[in-house]
Design a protein around this ligand. Structure first.
Ligand code: FAD
Length: 393
């Protein structure tokens, strides 16, 4: 087989990149290790920046999101028994975010790809990259017991943090920066109406909590928990009690509870691999970086990488200029590090890091300062809605 761009991974990065390239006449094949059902079964992000919303429309996969997604003009910060609203729209000159689950984004992209006739190989096992530094890279894999090979111009490694693409790079050529946080997030999905029409991020002396949602009858809640906790230790009753205890009384009192339909514990990590281009291989999304979910940036960063890479590849194929490929890593990393900083800062500000009561009071003082300052609120708002994409046509 032969294609222009071989894409490894059919998560949001791979599917979105594939769709945008296809729209611009650039042939691509996606190789995914899992089944479509498995990929769709992963409950993850849910807050989309405007840049990602625009990109989904550009890819022809935005119609259902426009109908069913919820535009949010603000969110609540709760601390010290009070709740303060961050008016995203008012503070950023009209910018908002859209609440629409990653599962739905993935489903829409899968549907768009199926409709376009572009090829995706699911259950492609033992994917290996070959000669990505030379003029004729190849990707091999096993499908239904048969070893297959794709010759291509470029390889996009969209295969997440645990994928093969980053691991295929000689360790001497890649620098990794990492911070692993000493706590996790216990997440619960429940078929209950959300406690508020906007997200609530809560700092509390018992630990962080987040009230989020997917739609009017589907809530997603999180509480900070010890890293070594097991889901079995958290009955639904214990979870709801703990969540309520971390929210202002008035908010906790109006929370509707119900049986969980999904419950999981996720570790929190900050990670960046530099550079993001190795010859004809490009790392995209979680394959190159991870953020703790506090700032809702993971999925959105994947989208901004895709934006830069697809623009760079379109330019390369349109003009024949290969120097433009050099810009991918530099442009992507500039925006990534700013989002890493914001995610790390939000995490440090809102979580209980230790039993140091002085540190807790300092965090409360910082939240009080931010809430009372136009500059402080604006800083939070402009980072939350997403900094501008770096590529300029
Ligand atoms: P992935 O979604 O990881 O997709 C990679 C794909 O590659 C997968 O389908 C995988 O099966 C495939 N693959 C892996 N290895 C191979 C291989 N060797 N060969 C072929 N295919 C392979 N972000 C937020 O913004 N907000 C959140 O609330 C949030 N919550 C999260 C909760 C959890 C538990 C996790 C894990 C992540 C969360 N994120 C969140 C992050 C967000 O989901 C990711 O940033 C996003 O999925 C990145 O997309 P991606 O396509 O780059 O990677």
């Amino acid at each position: 087989m032969k294609t222009q761009v071989a894409i490894i991974g059919a998560g949001p990065s791979g599917l979105l990149l594939g769709q945008l390239l296809h729209k611009h006449g650039i042939d691509n094949i996606i190789l995914e290790a899992r089944t479509p059902e498995y990929v769709l079964g992963r409950i993850r992000a849910g807050v989309l920046e405007q840049g990602m919303v625009d990109l989904l429309h550009e890819a022809g996969a935005g119609e259902r999101m426009a109908r069913e997604g919820h535009v949010h003009e603000g969110f609540m910060l709760s601390f010290g028994g009070r709740a303060e609203r961050i008016d995203l729209k008012g503070l950023t000159g009209g910018k908002t975010v859209t609440v629409y689950g990653q599962t739905e984004v993935t489903r829409d992209l899968m549907d768009a790809r199926a409709a376009s006739g572009a090829q995706t190989v699911y259950e492609a096992l033992d994917v290996q990259l070959h000669d990505s530094d030379g003029p004729a890279p190849r990707v091999s894999y096993t499908k239904d017991g048969v070893r297959c090979e794709i010759a291509c111009d470029y390889i996009a490694g969209c295969d997440g943090f645990h994928g093969v693409s980053r691991r295929s790079v000689d360790p001497g050529r890649i620098t990794c920066y990492e911070r692993v946080y000493p706590f996790g997030w216990l997440g619960v999905l429940s078929r209950t109406p959300p406690v508020d029409h906007e997200l609530i991020y809560a700092n509390h002396e018992r630990g962080f909590a987040l009230c989020s949602m997917r739609n009017e009858m589907l809530s997603r809640y999180y509480v900070q928990c010890p890293l070594d906790d097991k889901v079995e230790q958290w009955s639904d009753g214990r979870f709801w009690d703990e969540l309520r205890a971390r929210l202002p009384e008035e908010i906790g009192a109006r929370m509707v509870t119900g049986p969980s339909i999904e419950k999981s514990i996720a570790p929190l990590r900050s990670f960046v691999a530099e550079p993001m281009r190795f010859g004809r291989l490009f790392l995209v999304g979680d394959a190159a970086h991870i953020v703790p979910p506090t700032g809702a940036k993971g999925l959105n960063l994947a989208a901004s990488d895709v934006h830069t890479l697809y623009k760079v590849l379109c330019e390369r194929y349109r003009t024949g200029d290969v120097d433009v490929l050099d810009r991918y890593s530099e442009l992507s990393l500039r925006r990534i590090w700013k989002a890493e900083r914001f995610s790390w800062w939000m995490t440090s500000l809102l979580h209980k890091l230790d039993d140091d009561v002085f540190a807790h009071r300092i965090r409360l003082a910082e939240l009080d300062y931010l809430a009372g300052s136009q500059a402080g609120r604006t800083t939070i708002a402009e980072n939350y809605v997403g900094l501008p994409y770096e590529w300029r046509d």
